[in-house]
Each structure stands twice: as C-alpha cells, then as structure tokens.
Design a protein around this ligand. Structure first.
Ligand code: UDX
Length: 423
C-alpha cells in the first residue's frame, strides 16, 4: 500500500485515482473545483464513464479513496504525486501549461522527502525536464503517460496493453512501476523525452489511421466498392490490424485534435515539420464538412419544403457524454445554419442548451415526422433501430448513416434510402 495524491480530478485523474485505490493504495484526489469535490465526496460522479461510480463508491466505503480541495496538505503526505492537469490548446495549437506551472509553484518546498512526481497528462516533449527544473531537483520526476480511452477508461486503466515509464532516475522509475505490479503487461522503461514523444505520436498515428479509413470510404464511393468489405479485407493483415478501421464522420474528442495540433507545432518548431500529421488534420476537417454536406444534400432533395432533419448522436463517440471537438456537434451546427427544423437526440451527451436548437429526450421523438435521419454517433441504442418502427414514425425515407450502424439491406427492403460514403 502506497500513499498517492492525484492532482486534477478530470477524466484521467479520477480514473487513475479510483483505479489505484481499487488496487489497494491509499489515494487522495485533489481538485480546486469545490463543487466537484463535494459531489465526489457524496459519490456523485460528474462524468459518464462505465464502472467509475462503482469504483468510487467502493473506494470511499473502504476508506482507500478520499477527495480534497487542500492541495498542499494532500501533497505533503504523499509518496507519489500524479499530475493529471488540463493542458488545453492555445490559439496556435501549442499546449497551455499555465495550470501545471501554477500548481508546481504552489507545491515548491512542500514535498515529503523521497517522494516522486509523476506526469500523467499529455504534456509537450521536454516537460518532465522543465518540471524537474522548477522543482529544483527536490523530487524525482517521472513521465508515465496515460493511454486510456473515454468510455472505456476504467477497463483500459485496469487492463493496459503497456505501461510506459520515462525517467532519468531508474530507481524512481522502478518504484512507479511497482504501483502497477499486479498488471500483466509489458512495462517499458525509457527516457522522459521518448515517453513524452510516444504519447503524441501514438495519438497522431491513430488519428491518421482513421483519416485514412475515412478517405478510403470516399475512394470506395467513387469507384463503387464497399468500404466495410474493403476494411475487412485489410484487417486480416496483422501489420494493419483489425482495430480502428471504422469509417465515421471524422475524429474528435479531447485528445486527437489537441494532440495532433500540438505535435505539428512542436515538429515545426523543431525544424522537422510532420506534413503527414498536418494533412491528417486538414483531411479530417474536410471530412467533417463533406459529412455535413451529404446530409444537407439529402435534405435539400426532400420533396417537402418544410423539411425536418433528425440527428442521432452528439457526443464525439459512443459511451461518453463528452462533446469536446465532437464531429457530431460540429455537423449539427452546420445543418442548423441551413435548415430551420433540426431535432437532435443523444442519450448522454453533455452540451449547453443554446448550442442545440431543439434537443429531444428519446429517439422516437427525434424520428417523429423526420424527412431525413442522420446517425452521427455509434450508440448501441441507434444500432437497434427497427426499419418498420422507423417507417411508422418518419415522414421521409432517407437515412444518412455516417457510423455505418444499420443493416442497409433490411432498411432498403422497407423502401429506405440509406446513404454513407462507400456503402
Ligand atoms: C484517444 C486514444 O485512443 C487514447 O489512447 C488516448 O489516451 C486519448 O485519445 P479517446 O479520445 O477517448 O482516446 O477516443 P478514441 O476511442 O480513440 O476515438 C477518437 C475519435 O476517433 C472518436 O471521434 C471516434 O469516433 C473516432 N474513431 C475511432 C473512428 O471514427 N473510427 C474508429 O475506428 C475509431
């Protein structure tokens, strides 16, 4: 059992803290947001994340997990201090490290002797060195990037494919590795610069992979092949792999857009611009616009002048309430600018009311009287849509399925026209 303090209780911090508590460590999660901390103390989870509530509940009742707004006293007692702070993008795409620097300034001179500071948030290459410099070698600094995905964050934390430890001081690195000793996965020790680079390059590679798939969908569309069949054909090559081959409306979320922009900025500054990543960002932007245009064209072709468009999905992917940089939300906003009557439904997405003109509470309400239905997020609930039921509710018969969820044949047999790139 180790004493651990997690600074920053967002997606990464809360998941890290509650998972480490579930492994038997004594954990304090600290945040400067008093409302959030009070909620968590009463076991109210501010985000929608499978399995998190149960872990927090167990952590609190076992006494292994506590929440606090008192940064200094939480850190003074800790052997391990995880920094899980937000690093939002500046206007030029570089990471804004204000919060990180502010926290470090306040913590200078407060660490217990022998404690270790661990950077978990995605921070620019060289940050571990900068942190060590700010702390004037008071503690060891280790870079331990997190690879969890929203929506399966708890599962990903507890079943990692690798643990990456970037350190100059190997004995500190080994102590951090010991925190994860119950996991059955490779633990890779490397230098801090390489650990920090892995995180950016992994996310850029994945974003590039999805953009490749989305561009392939356009290619398949133009030559008349089927992108789903083509991706299945690619997926059996182990060098390509079967994951992350789903075409969609474009990628988004709190990581890919931010990290690809930061990476291109760092690459440019280093004198080695990464043109592939720059083009990936541009291709994704074009894909989001093309996706919106597909829906607009379908709606403009409707025989009804008072056309109604129904949108299913607002979050950036399924199983999360997160709408940060969500392609679904972007597309909705474009459509709302063109048509007066656009209704949207999402089972969990957290979004300000003023952004969505007309949000309804059920899928049926959204479908009711719709001429065109657009599916933008791959929630399971949408997958289960029945063509006869859809027909009984909708006025029109056009579905733009940008997540390729529906069985096209079943819907076409009922007189629907199901549109998607390359399908
Ligand atoms: C990502 C990385 O996967 C994770 O390792 C890192 O720690 C944080 O960033 P996340 O942002 O939660 O995780 O989402 P992810 O599941 O990777 O999806 C990102 C975007 O790509 C979503 O918009 C998703 O819909 C899209 N996507 C993903 C596709 O369009 N097709 C796919 O096949 C996979």
């Amino acid at each position: 059992m180790n004493r651990i303090t997690i600074v920053g209780t967002g997606y990464v911090g809360l998941t890290t803290g509650s998972c480490l508590a579930s492994l038997g460590h004594q954990v304090i999660c600290v945040d400067n947001d008093e409302v959030k901390i009070r909620m968590l103390q009463s076991c109210l989870i501010p985000i929608f994340e499978e399995g998190l509530e149960l872990l927090v509940e167990r952590g609190i009742s076992s006494g292994k997990l506590t929440f606090s707004t008192d940064l200094i006293s939480s850190v003074e007692q800790a052997e391990f201090i995880f920094l899980c702070l937000p690093t939002p993008p500046n206007n030029d795409g570089t990471a804004d490290l204000t919060v990180l620097y502010d926290v470090l300034d306040r913590l200078k001179g407060k660490f217990a002797s022998g404690s270790i500071v661990i950077n978990k948030s995605t921070v620019p290459v060289h940050s571990a060195g900068v942190v060590a410099q700010i702390l004037a070698q008071e503690v060891a600094v280790v870079s331990n990037p997190e690879f969890l995905r929203e929506g399966s964050a708890v599962h990903d934390f507890l079943n990692p494919d690798r643990i990456l430890i970037g350190c100059d001081d190997l004995s500190a690195g080994r102590r951090v590795a010991d925190l994860y000793s119950s996991f059955n996965c490779p633990i890779l020790f490397t230098d801090p610069l390489s650990a920090e680079s892995v995180k950016y390059l992994a996310n850029a590679f994945l974003a590039m992979k999805i953009s490749f798939v989305n561009q392939s969908a356009l290619f398949c569309h133009s030559v008349g092949s089927n992108v789903l069949e083509v991706m299945r054909g690619l997926s059996f090559d182990p060098r390509i792999g079967s994951m992350f081959l789903n075409p969609g409306p474009g990628w988004g979320g709190s990581c890919f857009p931010k990290d690809t922009r930061a990476l291109t900025g760092m690459a440019l500054a280093s004198g080695e611009p990464m043109s592939l990543v720059t083009e990936t960002i541009a291709a994704n932007e074009r894909h989001i616009q093309r996706s919106a245009q597909l829906i607009i064209d379908a709606a403009q072709n409707s025989e009804n002048s008072d056309v109604r468009v129904a949108v299913l999905g607002l979050s950036f992917k399924a199983d999360t309430d997160d709408t940060r940089e969500s392609p679904a939300l972007r597309i909705l906003q474009i459509i709302q600018d063109v048509f007066n009557d656009v209704v949207a439904y999402d089972p969990h997405a957290k979004v300000q009311n003023r952004v969505v003109n007309h949000r309804v509470n059920t899928m049926d309400e959204a479908l009711h009287g719709a001429d065109v239905l657009a599916i933008l997020t791959e929630w399971d609930e949408f997958r289960g849509l029945d063509p006869v039921h859809a027909q009984s509710l909708m006025r029109g018969n056009v579905i733009v399925d940008l997540r390729y969820l529906l069985n096209k044949e079943l819907f076409c047999n009922k007189g629907f026209s199901v549109l998607a790139f390359g399908n």
